[in-house]
Write a protein that binds this ligand. Structure first.
Ligand SMILES: Nc1nc2c(ncn2[C@@H]2O[C@H](COP(=O)(O)OP(=O)(O)OP(=O)(O)O)[C@@H](O)[C@H]2O)c(=O)[nH]1
Ligand SMILES: [Mg+2]
Length: 324
């Protein structure tokens, strides 16, 4: 009899979890029935995003925070998205975490994801992998991602608490930061506080947080936590800050609202991805795409009406709706 991988995941098999995650990453359709079965068992994990520039110390922090979480008696899943940065030349595929003794702890599950090759995009793939870990029963899931000012920022939509890691003297000055980046942080982490300029950076961030607090009313003022991740300094403070945020948002409306927004986006994104995949496959396999492209190049047709024609032949929505 065929193995029911979803059942195995629910029973705590790390091998089954790995299998399902690989299917997800490879766009293997066997993942779908599994995910359908796993979905009712998701929504229990708390998601922490750790984001920041390449080499900011995200993996080191992830490793240390995961230990703090284990000390608190909770289990943890770690998803490292694009952890290998050409800038640091350092940890490849989460090695920094994987090499530590954490990886021997059955209460910890580590998954690295390369950023290329996902049909539905990185955000979707990460989302899916997080779901598997959620169904797998991990209390807390940490998502490490290089997300500052890049497309991956939407990964931040995933997290319940987002920690933005900044480093003194690394060009992380607040002025140079792209708009919108500061706003994503629920907790600011000034890492590498053993370096010069930490005080200045911390006060710049504080000033900025103050300003924001004046502009918009909010029930949470992002704290600024200082760490030296390599020396395990400030990790307790960071974990406490995350816990505080978790308590606040889990007790309020924000949590429900955030999760609703996330589910909304997720549903639309999945429809978008799947629809695109189906249409593209059809156009390519039937040779229609080639013909369209030739016609467009020869100016017999234009891409605008081709797009309409393709959509009209694919979906027969009422006219008023398809025009929206
Ligand atoms: N001096 C100092 N170095 C640190 C600190 N935290 C991390 N590092 C070092 O910074 C380098 C990058 O650390 P990582 O944890 O791999 O950083 P990262 O943000 O995960 O890097 P990418 O995933 O490649 O973007 C490593 O050499 C770490 O040892 C710190 O607090 N102080
Ligand atoms: Mg890393």
């Amino acid at each position: 009899m065929a193995i029911d991988y979803a059942d195995e995941v629910l029973q705590g098999s790390p091998r089954a979890a790995a299998r399902v995650m690989s299917w997800l990453e490879n766009g293997d359709e066997r993942a779908y029935p599994c995910m359908e079965k796993l979905y009712p068992h998701t929504g229990k994990s708390y998601l922490i995003g750790i984001t920041g520039s390449p080499g900011a110390g995200k993996s080191t922090l992830t490793d240390k925070v995961a230990r703090a979480i284990r000390k608190a008696g909770l289990t943890v899943g770690i998803v490292a998205v694009d952890p290998s940065s050409p800038f640091t030349g350092g940890a490849v595929l989460g090695d920094r975490v994987r090499m530590s003794e954490l990886s021997l702890d059955p209460g910890v599950y580590i998954r690295s994801m390369a950023t290329r090759g996902f049909l539905g995009g990185m955000a979707q793939a990460t989302n899916d992998v997080v779901k598997v870990l959620d169904a797998f029963g991990k209390d807390i899931i940490i998502i490490e991602t290089v997300g500052v000012g890049q497309d991956e920022v939407d990964i931040i939509d995933l997290a319940d608490t987002t920690c933005l890691v900044l480093v003194p003297g690394a060009g992380d000055s607040i002025q140079s930061m792209k708009s919108g980046v500061m706003e994503i942080a629920d907790v600011f982490v000034i890492n590498k506080c053993d370096r010069a300029g930490a005080d200045q950076l911390a006060s710049e961030v504080l000033v900025r947080v103050e300003q924001d607090t004046h502009i918009k009313e909010r029930d949470w003022t992002p704290p600024v936590v200082r760490t030296v991740a390599v020396d395990d300094e400030g990790i307790e403070d960071l974990w406490n800050a995350i816990e505080k945020h978790r308590q606040l948002i889990q007790s309020g409306e924000t949590f429900i609202k955030k999760r609703r927004e996330r589910t909304n986006k997720e549903t639309l994104r999945m429809v978008h991805n799947e629809m695109f995949r189906i249409i593209r496959e059809h156009l390519e396999n039937s040779g229609q795409l080639d013909r369209f492209v030739s016609d467009i190049l020869e100016r017999k047709k234009d891409p605008y009406s081709v797009m309409r024609q393709i959509l009209d032949s694919c979906i027969s929505l009422p006219q008023s709706q398809s025009k929206e």
